[in-house]
Design a protein around this ligand. Structure first.
Ligand SMILES: *Cc1c(COP(=O)(O)O)cnc(C)c1O
Length: 244
């Protein structure tokens, strides 16, 4: 390796380490404001488009969960990260023909939105002898361009998923509409928490929604104040992504 490259690698490592510490500090102060324990919040570092080398920097800086949205890219990178331990979250659309690969490689699937997909994951995990943590994605803004179910469809979907022994229904995930001012997203985050609370009050068998995955780089502080237990942060850790 040439000296120039070594310096660059070191700079990247330092920058990512600084970013991880900064994000963790924001998480801690937001949690404190909301009267919650910082440890109750999972930081998922979203590493889509990011090289395995940079991901290693984040893992060495203390990141324990990674999130990817493209299956093929994720699987290629995982093979370069052997020897590192992390919890792996799928946060993008999952096509049925990729379920077997995803079930084997990932620990959480945050984007379940149909009973057909849930059934495929169940069958796949049964064969693998593992239990998959899943979140149901909710389309809070009723946006045509976004995935997820509408809130009124949740009870039926959750009821159909509940008997699946190889799925652990952990909670809900949402990507609210984008606002320049993150404060404008607050009602959506609050809404997701209220939806989960309302469903928990129904006391459906095997349906206990404890986790809320909401909040990204520009709004995770607000999401935590409104009850996020999982935040998915990419840019604030790895820097701006090149548009692909
Ligand atoms: C890319 C992505 C994120 C992270 O976005 P940043 O703004 O870079 O933090 C979070 N969630 C999902 C579903 C994503 O696709």
């Amino acid at each position: 390796m040439q000296i120039g490259t070594e310096v660059m690698v070191l700079e990247t490592k330092v920058a990512i380490g600084d970013n991880v510490r900064r994000v963790c500090a924001v998480i801690a102060s937001s949690a404190e404001r909301a009267g919650r324990r910082p440890e109750s919040i999972r930081l998922v570092a979203v590493s889509k488009t990011v090289s395995a080398e940079k991901i290693k920097c984040a893992l060495e800086a203390g990141i324990t969960c990674l999130g990817e949205n493209r299956v093929q890219e994720a699987l290629e990178k995982v093979s370069q990260l052997s020897g590192y331990r992390f919890e792996f979250h799928l946060i993008g659309i999952l096509q049925k023909n990729k379920v077997n690969k995803v079930s084997a490689a990932f620990d959480w699937i945050e984007t379940v939105e149909t009973i057909e997909l849930a059934r495929k994951i169940e069958q796949s995990c049964e064969r693998l002898g593992k239990v998959m943590s899943v979140l149901v994605e909710v389309n809070l803004g009723r946006e045509e361009t976004k995935s997820g179910v509408f809130e009124e469809e949740l009870p039926e979907l959750l009821g159909q998923m509940a008997p699946f022994d190889h799925l652990k229904i952990r909670g809900l995930m949402a990507i609210p509409p984008f606002f320049e001012n993150p404060e404008d997203g607050r009602p959506y985050f609050r809404r997701l928490r209220e939806i989960a609370e309302r469903i928990n009050h129904l006391r459906m068998l095997r349906v206990d929604l404890q986790e809320l995955s909401m909040g990204m780089s520009h709004d995770y502080a607000i999401a935590i104040e409104e009850g996020a237990t999982i935040v998915r942060v990419g840019t604030a850790i790895f820097g701006e992504r090149l548009k692909v």
